[in-house]
Design a protein around this ligand. Sequence first.
Ligand code: 1HN
Length: 365
Amino acid sequence: MKSDRSVHSEAGALAGVVPSVNLAAEPGRMDFYERARSCNLAPLWRVLHGLVTDQPAPRCVPALWRYAETRPYLMEACKLISAEEAERRVMVLENPGLPGESRITQSLFAGLQIILPGEVAPAHKHTASALRFIIEGHGAYTAVAGERTMMEPGDFVITPSMSWHDHGNEGDAPMIWLDGLDMHIVNLLCASFREGYPGRVHPLQRPEGSAAAEAGHNLLPVDTEYASQTSPIFNYPYRRTREALDQLARIRAADAWHAYKMKYINPVTGGWAMPTMSTWMQFIPAGFTTASYRSTDSAVFTVVEGSGSSRIGGEAFDWGPHDIFVAPSWVPHQHTASSDAVIFIYSDRVVQEKLDFWREHKAQP
Ligand code: 1HN
């Protein structure tokens, strides 16, 4: 027979139980539950409403990483370990609601990578796709599937699933970027593979600029077949993104919820640039406050230019250039720009759309 205390703690663990379950009758069912457990059986009625929640119940919480606070840790890491020894010298942005899980949201990874002049991050490939959003520095390249691209602040660079990639810094200052990866989605589905390249770097197979020449001008070579679901453009340069937002802001009024927000697209399909992570760049003019918005995709925001503040749920976060913050699934958020602000955003929206899950709600301004 169970002690009173264990019966009480059992009842306490029943948060999420079906409301019609008579808790007073539960002690009389314990023997059945225990025998069932020995046969790897469990009663659904004790867990049902925790499994199927009325609305999103993210463990991920609103959070902000100030660049002034994170950058010194990146510099210190450089004194402790080389890019080569680390394979990738990355400090993981861990959501405070998900400590030790290498998650910035429940589905997404974020980290800040630093590479010093002369260093190489050796070639490897994996099932997970990666995006790089360049924060600081000049003169570093990434090579993807045999083609190099030089990275500049504000550039959005893609490493598709299972493509060889290495990075190198040929400049004279540290280079820092944000890495966004989908490995938690890959791992949920138990589909992860990884391989290291036998050499330090993968051989170059195409001249720099090939991808941009083929796919970067709203034109595609007539007979090329594109089998991948990832955009053939693997560097979306900031200069052109910024110009696009500038032009949009000249010809139309700001949207109440998004101000000016443009999505990065795959020119082959017109859809999102990556199959597992949606990406956008947003421009919020000085003095503008966006109306409260929520959607089922948790999103990661990286400030490129300007400063302002965001309300995310009940919390307020002030931000400036290179700060990174998170709005969890279904938590209402709104932004106020105190100077012209440009923000890079990524989320798992594209996955949710493909699975018919995605929802949004726009509060009336
Ligand atoms: C990775 O391969 C890179 O290639 C960066 O630069 C960050 C985080 C987790 C797993 C693999 C890169 C990563 C990563």
